[in-house]
Each structure stands twice: as C-alpha cells, then as structure tokens.
Design a protein around this ligand. Sequence first.
Ligand code: MN3
Length: 219
Amino acid sequence: MKNITLFFMTILSLSLFGQEEPFHKFHPLPYSYNALEPNIDAQTMEIHYDRHHRGYYNNFLKAIKGTELEKMDIVSMFSSVSKQSIAVRNQGGGYWNHTFFWESMVPEGKKIPDGDFKKKFYETFSTLEQFESQFREAAMSIFGSGWAWLIKDENGNLVITTTANQDNPLMDVVVVKGKPLLGIDVWEHAYYLKYKNKRIDYVNNLFPIINWEKVASRY
Ligand code: MN3
C-alpha cells in the first residue's frame, strides 16, 4: 500500500513539475548561510554556494549535455577524467568538490567518534594538534588555487595531500590518489571577503567546524 501511494505521489510530482529530477543534482546546502558564523561569514557562504558552486554545476551540465555522461556516476567519470574534456575535469570537479566541502563542516563542530577511523587517526597523527599542523602546512603550500585533502589510500592509510584548481584525489590525473575523507577549499573566493590575504586564519578557523562524524563515516 505504501509503495503504491509513493508511486502515485511520484507520478503526481513529476506531472506537476513537468520534468524528472536531474540525474546530477544540485544539493541543498546542509545548513543556512549564516550557520557557520563567525568562522565563515554569511556573505561568503552565499556567494560561494549560490554563484561559484552553482556556476560549476551549470557549466558541468552544459559540458555533458547530449553525451553518455548525462547518466554516468560522477565518481566513475573522475577515475578516467584524463579521457574526458577539460570542462568535465574543471566544472565537474568544482561541482563535486563543493558538495563534499559543505558536508565536511557543521555548525557546532564535532568530536572524532570512537571506532576504526579514530584508531587509525591517532596511530597516524598521534594528536589532533599534529594533524592540524600538518594539514595547515599542506593548505598553505598550495600556490594559487586548490584543495587540501585527508584521504584513505589504497592500503587503508590516512594521507594528507593537495590538488590544484578543482582536481580531487578521485581523478586519474592526480599523483596522490585515494578516497577523500575531508577536503578544504583554499581558493581565494572561499575566504577573501572576511580573511583577505590571511589564508592561515581561514584554515585555523575551519578546524573547529569540521564534521568529524561525517569524515569518519567516509572512512
Ligand atoms: Mn570554492
């Protein structure tokens, strides 16, 4: 009965809106624009999400329009991105990376939950402060625009790495590959309104709002 109701509700919503849900969705921000204040100001969040992120999304859709990629999982696309157009790499990367970034943060901050990830984390970095120090160093080392990442490599080890532009560790074009657990945007558009040229202050203010429950669940 429940399934039948769901079926008719789906038909109804499809006919009301006249179109199907797109295969590649533009996910809603998981919190309000001002939810991460003061660490990330509302104006930066709104411009970053509604203009930059939406721009990557729209350009990505344009780039794949009429191709088989319209119905292909984007993570599968990344594993052979060297064979795709540069727009798929740049715009698709920008689209996926930002969705991942929003979900990596949370207004109240979170502690690393007990479990396999926590065990591995402390084996690897000894303390949270040492992790932050290494991650900060990586984020500061990026010349120009890019991302700092914590990844799980093919051997299950935790590795801090960086990528340029909108590349990410799922792409076959990057040197250090792995499953992203945490990713931080260090493009100037992510911090310039509030932090101006002080990337280090921006990075330090991200640490308290990392969603460690989400990061652990990705492991
Ligand atoms: Mn960005």
